[in-house]
Design a binder for this molecule. Structure first.
Ligand code: AN0
Ligand code: CP
Length: 315
C-alpha cells in the first residue's frame, strides 16, 4: 500500500477486515516490520483518539514515532501557491513537505476542511500535496473530505457486534453549535456501503452529502421512520455541503434519545467522538448498554495498525 486516503486504497474490504481481526488478536506479531522505520504524525487540527491510537499502532509494529503539531511549536505553513508571504506564515508547505519526508518512512496527516472553497476542500489539496511531494507513503488522519481510519474502525466494530449478515445501518445527522466537516459522514457512508450493509442516511432537508459519498444509500428525511428496524445508529453532525459550510438547523428534536432508540431493532449506538452530550445524544443512550463508543474508539488502533502494516510490507 502506497497511500491511504480513500476506501479504494484498502482493496478487498473483507480481506482487510479479516486482517484486522488477526491484528487485534495478536498486536505484537509484526514488531520486526517496523524496526528502524519512522512515522511522522502531523496535525494541523486537534485530536485525542487519532493522535494516541496512531502512536499506539506504530509502537505495536515496532516503529519510531514523531508527532508534530503545526501551529503549536512549528512554523505556520502557507498552503497557497504564488502568494507574497508577507503575512503570519513564515514557511511554505512546498519546502516543508519534502523536508518532513526526508526524516521518515511514512507520514500521517490531519488537515480539516478550510470552508473557504468547497472545490479546493473536496480536491483534498493539502493531503494531495503531501502525496506528490513527500516521497513517502501518506496516511489520512482526517482530510478535508474524508476520515477513512475512522470509517475502517467503525466497520470493524459493526462486524464484531452485528447479529445478521446485512445489518440496517442508519447514519443520522444531529445538532451541534459549530461548523463541522462532512468528512466523518462521507467516509462512514462510503465504507458501510463497501461492506455491503443496508445503509440509510437521515438528516433535515439541506444537509444532503455530496452525491459521490451518498452513493446508493437511501436518504430518509423523517428520522423516526429511518430508525425503524435499525441495527446500528451512527450519529454525527455535519455542516451543509450544498450551501457549503452553513449551519441550516439547530433543531434539538434530532438529538438521539431513548425514545428514538426504542423505534429501532434494539440498535447499537455509535459515534466517532468527541461528542457533545445532550446535543448529539442523550446521557442515557451514550451511557446505556447498547452504546459502542468506547470499543469503537479502541478499534482505531486496529484500523491504523492494518494500514501501517500494509505500508511497511510494501516499503
Ligand atoms: C471533527 C469533525 O467533525 O470532523 C473531528 C471528528 C473526529 N469534530 C470536531 O471538530 C468536533
Ligand atoms: N474520532 C477521532 O478522530 O477523534 P480525534 O479527533 O480525537 O482524533
Amino acid at each position: 500500500m502506497k497511500k491511504f486516503t480513500n476506501v479504494t486504497d484498502i482493496g478487498n474490504l473483507q480481506a482487510a477486515l479479516k486482517e484486522a481481526m488477526e491484528v487485534k488478536k495478536n498486536p505484537f506479531a509484526h514488531q520486526h516490520l517496523g524496526k528502524n522505520k519512522t512515522i511522522i504524525l502531523l496535525f494541523f487540527n486537534s485530536s485525542l483518539r487519532t493522535r494516541l491510537s496512531s502512536q499506539k499502532a506504530a509502537m505495536n509494529l515496532g516503529m519510531n514515532v514523531m508527532v508534530l503539531d503545526i501551529n503549536q511549536g512549528a512554523w505556520k505553513l502557507e498552503t497557497e501557491h504564488g502568494v507574497v508571504m508577507d503575512g503570519d506564515k513564515p514557511e511554505h508547505i512546498l519546502e516543508a513537505i519534502p523536508v518532513i519526508g526526508s526524516y521518515c518512512d511514512m507520514i500521517g496527516v490531519r488537515s480539516f476542511a478550510q470552508f473557504t472553497n468547497r472545490d479546493e476542500d473536496y480536491q483534498e489539496k493539502v493531503i494531495q500535496q503531501f502525496i506528490e511531494l513527500s516521497g513517502v507513503p501518506v496516511i489520512s488522519l482526517e482530510s478535508s473530505a474524508g476520515h477513512p481510519l475512522q470509517a475502517f474502525a467503525d466497520v470493524i466494530t459493526i462486524e464484531e457486534h452485528k447479529s445478521v449478515k446485512r445489518p440496517k445501518v442508519v447514519l443520522t445527522w444531529a445538532p451541534h453549535p459549530r461548523v463541522l466537516p462532512q468528512a466523518v459522514a462521507n467516509s462512514f457512508s462510503q465504507w458501510t456501503q463497501a461492506a455491503g450493509y443496508d445503509v440509510v442516511i437521515t438528516h433535515p432537508k439541506g444537509y444532503e452529502l455530496a452525491p459521490e459519498y451518498v452513493g446508493n444509500a437511501r436518504v430518509e428525511y423523517d428520522q423516526e421512520k429511518a430508525f425503524e428496524g435499525a441495527d446500528f445508529v451512527y450519529a454525527k453532525n455535519w455542516s451543509a455541503y450544498h450551501d457549503y459550510g452553513k449551519i441550516l438547523s439547530e433543531d434539538r428534536s434530532w438529538t438521539v434519545d431513548e425514545a428514538k432508540m426504542a423505534l429501532t431493532n434494539n440498535a447499537h449506538f455509535m459515534h466517532c467522538l468527541p461528542v457533545r452530550r445532550n446535543m448529539i445524544v442523550s446521557d442515557a443512550v451514550i451511557e446505556g448498554p447498547r452504546s459502542l463508543v468506547i470499543p469503537e474508539a479502541a478499534n482505531r488502533v486496529v484500523s491504523a495498525q492494518v494500514v501501517m502494516k500494509r505500508i511497511l510490507e510494501s516499503l
